[in-house]
Design a protein around this ligand. Structure first.
Ligand code: SF4
Length: 488
C-alpha cells in the first residue's frame, strides 16, 4: 500500500503460496533437543562444516524484519562453524527456511517449498525455523518426513547444539521451548543490509492480542541487557554502520534486565551517543507502552529518527476490546496527539486489520475516520484470517472475504488520498537523505529520509553511496518523492 516506507514488525505478511497436503510420516531417528551439549559433537560439527559437500547452506526467510534479523544471526552462526552460504537450494547441503505464520498464506508457502523436496531431499538436511516450526511442531515431520530440523525462534540460542546433533547424524532434531528467559545472541552476525544494521533488543511478546500467533510462536518477552546492546552498537559503528534500527515485536516494552534498569527512552538516547552513529530507528511500538518520554527523547536528540510505527489495528473501541489490544480509540488518539506535539514533524505509520469477527459497518467507518484523524504517512492493511493457537480462532471467521476485500480497498483509497496530499506538502523542502542505492539511470540515486521515506534524486556527483546529502523535493506521488541534490 505504501511503498515509500519499508518498516513493519507487525506488518508481517509479504508471502503467499499454496498448500501441500497429504504428506506421510516416515521412520527416523528422533532427537528432541534437551539443551545438553556433547563436546564430541563439536568436533564432528567442525569437520562436517568444513568438508561435507562443502558444508554449504541455503537460507530463505519469510515474514518480518525480526525474522530477517534472526536469519542474519543464524547465518553468522553457520559461517562461524565453517559452513558456506550459497545462492540456491540446489547448491546447498543444508536448506533452512526461516518461516512466518502470521498469515495463512505465508505458512502455506513454507509447506509448498518443503513439498519440492519430497523426491529429491534425500541427500540434503532440511530445516524449518521460526514461527511455523513453533506453530506446527513435530507435525512437520508427519507432513514432510524428509525434514530433519524443526526449531522455533525461542530455541535459537540452542542452535549450535542442534547443529552438532544433525552433523552427528541425528535425523530429527527439534527445539520447541518457548518458556525461556534468554535471548538469541551470537558473536557473529552476517549483515545483509550494508547500510542499516538491525539489532533485536526484545524478543517475544507478553501481550495477548486475540488474532496474533506471536506470543505462542516467539514466547514471552525477554529484553536484552543494555550493556550488551550498546556494545554491539559500538561494534557496528566501528564496522562503518551509521544507522541502526532497534527491533522488537513491542520494542518500547523494553525493560533492561541489568542493574542499570535503563528505560527504553534512555536506551535510545545512549545508542544515539555512540560515536559514528547518525540515525537510530526503532520498531514496532505498542500504543499502550508509548509514553511522552519517547517523544521527549526524540525532541532532545536529532539522531533519533522522526518516524514512529504505531499499529492501531482498528478505529473502533469495541473491536479493539475484542482484539484485546489494551487501549481505546481515545487513548490511541492521545498518543497520536503526543507525537504531533513534538518539536519536529514526526511521520507516523500504522497497521490495520479489516474484517475482524464482529466488525460492523459502523465499526469499520470508525477505522476509516481514524485515518482522517491520525493523518498517517503509511498504512499496512490486512484482511483478518484466523490462525491456529490464537484466542480469536474460537470466534470463527464470519465476515465474508468479499466484504473484507471491499473494506481493505476503501482503506487503501482513503490512505492514497491522504498520503498524496501529505507528500505534496513536502514540495520544496530540503531533506537529509542517506544514500543507499544508485540507479542504472545515469546520475540517479535514491535513499531514505529520517522519516523513512524513500526519495529518488538526481546528482552530478560520481560516488554518493553510504553518504548523507541534502536533497530538495521537486516532485511527489502517493508512495514516493523525487528531488535534486543540493549543496551543503
Ligand atoms: S502486541 Fe499483539 S500483535 Fe503485537 S506481537 Fe504482541 S500479541 Fe502480536
Amino acid at each position: 500500500m505504501n511503498k515509500a516506507f519499508d518498516i513493519g514488525v507487525e506488518s508481517l505478511s509479504r508471502n503467499g503460496g499454496a498448500e501441500t497436503a497429504g504428506l506421510e510420516a516416515g521412520p527416523s531417528r528422533d532427537t528432541v533437543h534437551s539443551g545438553k551439549f556433547d563436546p564430541t559433537d563439536v568436533a564432528a560439527a567442525k569437520s562436517f562444516g568444513e568438508t561435507a559437500n562443502g558444508g554449504t547452506f541455503f537460507l530463505e526467510t519469510f515474514g518480518c524484519q525480526m525474522n530477517d534479523h534472526d536469519s542474519e544471526k543464524v547465518a553468522g552462526l553457520l559461517l562461524s562453524r565453517g559452513y558456506r552460504q550459497v545462492e540456491t537450494p540446489e547448491a546447498a547441503r543444508m536448506i533452512l527456511y526461516n518461516t512466518c505464520s502470521i498469515r495463512e498464506k505465508a505458512a502455506q508457502k513454507v509447506f509448498s517449498r518443503l513439498g519440492e523436496y519430497r523426491e529429491r531431499g534425500a541427500d540434503k538436511i532440511i530445516g524449518v525455523l521460526g514461527c511455523v516450526a513453533q506453530q506446527e511442531g513435530q507435525d512437520i515431520f508427519k507432513r514432510a518426513p524428509w525434514v530433519s530440523l524443526v526449531c522455533g525462534s525461542a530455541s535459537y540460542r540452542k542452535l549450535p547444539e542442534m547443529l552438532a546433533e544433525l552433523e552427528a547424524g541425528n535425523k530429527r532434531v527439534t527445539g520447541l521451548d518457548n518458556d525461556t528467559d534468554e535471548t538469541f545472541e551470537t558473536e557473529i552476525t552476517r549483515r545483509d543490509n550494508p547500510w542499516r544494521a538491525y539489532l533485536t533488543i526484545i524478543e517475544g511478546c507478553d501481550k495477548a492480542c486475540a488474532y496474533c500467533v506471536v506470543p505462542h510462536t516467539r514466547g514471552p518477552e525477554r529484553s536484552r541487557g543494555s550493556e550488551s546492546i550498546l556494545r554491539e552498537v559500538r561494534q557496528l559503528a566501528e564496522l562503518g554502520y551509521s544507522e541502526v534500527q532497534l527491533l522488537g515485536q513491542t520494542v518500547n516494552s523494553y525493560v533492561d534486565p541489568t542493574t542499570r534498569h535503563m528505560k527504553f527512552s534512555d536506551l535510545l538516547l545512549e545508542v544515539a551517543q555512540v560515536a559514528g552513529i547518525r540515525r537510530v530507528r526503532f520498531t514496532t511500538s505498542h500504543p499502550r507502552d508509548f509514553g511522552a518520554d519517547i517523544v521527549e527523547a526524540i525532541d532532545r536528540e536529532s539522531k533519533l529518527c522522526d518516524h514512529i510505527h504505531l499499529p492501531v489495528q482498528s478505529g473502533s473501541t469495541k473491536v479493539l476490546r475484542a482484539m484485546a489490544r489494551t487501549y481505546t480509540r481515545e487513548e490511541y488518539l492521545e498518543k497520536i496527539a503526543l507525537i504531533r506535539g513534538a518539536k519536529r514533524a514526526i511521520s507516523i505509520t500504522t497497521d490495520i486489520i479489516v474484517g475482524f469477527p464482529g466488525e460492523t459497518d459502523e465499526d469499520f467507518a470508525e477505522t476509516l475516520s481514524m485515518l482522517d484523524e491520525a493523518q498517517y504517512d503509511g498504512v499496512f492493511g490486512f484482511k483478518y484470517s484466523p490462525r491456529p493457537n490464537t484466542p480469536s480462532l474460537a470466534l470463527n471467521d464470519p465476515i465474508p472475504e468479499e466484504v473484507k476485500g471491499q473494506r481493505l480497498a476503501m482503506i487503501q483509497e482513503k490512505q492514497r488520498l491522504i498520503q498524496t496530499a501529505r507528500n505534496l506538502a513536502m514540495l520544496g523542502q530540503e531533506l537529509d537523505v542517506f544514500v543507499s542505492n544508485k540507479s542504472r539511470r545515469e546520475n540517479q540515486w535514491s535513499g531514505h529520509t529520517t522519516s523513512n521515506r524513500v526519495i529518488s534524486f538526481s546528482s552530478q556527483e560520481q560516488e554518493l553511496l553510504g553518504s548523507y546529502v541534502r536533497v530538495k523535493v521537486t516532485d511527489s506521488g502517493t508512495g514516493s518523492l523525487t528531488g535534486t541534490h543540493v549543496a551543503g
